[in-house]
Design a protein around this ligand. Structure first.
Ligand SMILES: C[S@@+](CC[C@H](N)C(=O)[O-])C[C@H]1O[C@@H](n2cnc3c(N)ncnc32)[C@H](O)[C@@H]1O
Length: 206
């Protein structure tokens, strides 16, 4: 679902979504993590350049995402950075389940739930293995500690996993774009897959 969804059109209004905008605390948290671990890499780029600061003073960052359109949006934000900061940010199109950036990092961030696009356990494990290959070892390049992964997933409401009430259309968000367009997002569960702990959800964008 990841690529088609974000390459389709979501990237264009993603930044303005109250769901995304409401996550300001995340940025402070990642910045703090980056200050502690100093050099950053991240998976799944935010349309905003918010996370760019996460690389910390002088450290380089890689942003990896599978969606070309999300990367384009991120690149527009990067273009507004000062030259020195801009040159430290590298954007890469790739699959988080198998990537090779040819570098090791003290910190890898998977911000705002990209892991939950990986519906199969094999893909989740493969992603974690790719991350692990990119984490610095004890004593390697950076000296003391092993690199860290900060992984963000949302914990779903248990009712949502089985309650037929969620098969009715419900409002997720309604907001305005800077150009005045109104965006309305509705969703409903079309199928429960209880054994796999996931649902099929239809989202309706107006
Ligand atoms: C909810 S968005 C989060 C975007 C961004 N990380 C943020 O903090 O705003 C999920 C992102 O995961 C990306 N994605 C989905 N599957 C992916 C995969 N297999 N490899 C890399 N990125 C993927 C999507 O293209 C999308 O940009």
């Amino acid at each position: 679902m990841g690529t088609a969804l974000y390459d389709g059109f979501i990237a264009d209004y993603y930044d303005e979504s109250p769901i995304v905008r409401g996550r300001v605390g995340d940025v402070a948290f990642y910045r703090c993590g980056a200050r502690i671990w100093r050099s950053g890499s991240r998976i799944g780029v935010r349309n905003g350049a918010d996370h760019f600061g996460a690389g910390g003073g002088g450290a380089s960052s890689y942003g990896l995402d599978i969606s070309e359109r999300m990367l384009q949006r991120c690149n527009q934000k990067r273009a507004k950075l000062r030259t020195e900061a801009r040159e430290r940010v590298h954007l890469v199109q790739g699959d988080m389940t198998r990537f090779d950036l040819g570098e090791k990092f003290r910190l890898v961030i998977i911000p705002f739930r990209p892991m939950q696009h990986l519906l199969e356990i094999d893909a989740q494990i493969s992603c974690l293995e790719s991350v692990r290959r990119h984490l610095s070892e004890n004593g390697e390049r950076f000296g003391e500690r092993r690199g860290r992964l900060i992984l963000d997933v949302f914990q779903t409401d248990a009712e949502r996993m089985h309650d037929p009430a969620y098969q009715e259309e419900g409002l997720v968000a309604e907001y305005s774009m800077p150009d005045g367009r109104r965006v309305r997002i509705m969703e409903r569960v079309t199928a429960f897959h209880r054994a796999q702990q996931r649902n099929d959800v239809e989202m309706i964008f107006t």
